[in-house]
Design a protein around this ligand. Structure first.
Ligand SMILES: [Ca+2]
Length: 192
């Protein structure tokens, strides 16, 4: 009899813990991906084809990027490609660290049952801003990392990593860090 009472109390305690941790959220895929670009290096002041950005000064790099999700197997009806957005703009500098205006964010809000992405790919174009001529392509990058969400409201970031340059073999490098964490569906402004 005493054993049954302890058993009942145990079940009630487990249900209480589960209900506290599951919260009022609904079924779905709700995550946020944050990517910070941390450092850019173009010591030779070159564009992707080996020419100098500007004859008299350093390059004026502008970082454009978007975040793409990779599924395995690939999604049967792929969405149209996202557009590049300006993330960071720098005047006349070839090697520098970035601490502000250097972040790109993607929020995943999918109600119901959906596959979880396998990897994340950040497509990047770094262009030299010119006033009187079209901007020149300095380098294109692909920054890829596994989709590994942390618990909600993380405080830590990944280690800095180097994006993969698509042109090369110039010494142009872009570094970044990332974090992925689950969010409540209410952050997606999904009405209950
Ligand atoms: Ca320029």
């Amino acid at each position: 009899m005493l054993l049954n009472r302890y058993l009942l109390l145990g079940v009630i305690f487990i249900l209480f813990v589960v209900s506290c941790h599951s919260g009022p959220d609904r079924v779905g895929v709700f995550f946020r991906i944050e990517v910070n670009f941390t450092r850019f290096e173009n010591p030779q002041s070159q564009t992707h084809d080996g020419y100098y950005c500007d004859s008299m000064s350093a390059c004026d790099p502008q970082i454009y990027a978007f975040i793409e999700l990779i599924y395995e197997p690939p999604a049967s009806s792929p969405k149209p490609s996202e557009k590049f957005v300006l993330v960071h703009s720098q005047c006349c500098a070839n090697v520098y660290n970035m601490t502000t205006h250097n972040q790109i964010v993607k929020t995943i809000c999918q109600v119901g049952r959906h596959p979880i992405p396998k990897r994340v790919s950040v497509k990047v174009e770094v262009r030299d801003k010119d006033l009187f001529t079209p901007n020149d392509m300095i380098e294109q990058f692909n920054c890829q990392f596994p989709f590994t969400p942390l618990r909600k409201e993380p405080t830590s970031w990944s280690q800095d990593a180097a994006c993969q340059p698509l042109h090369g073999p110039h010494q142009i490098r872009l570094y970044y860090r990332f974090r992925i964490y689950s969010i409540y569906s209410t952050e997606c402004f999904v009405p209950f």
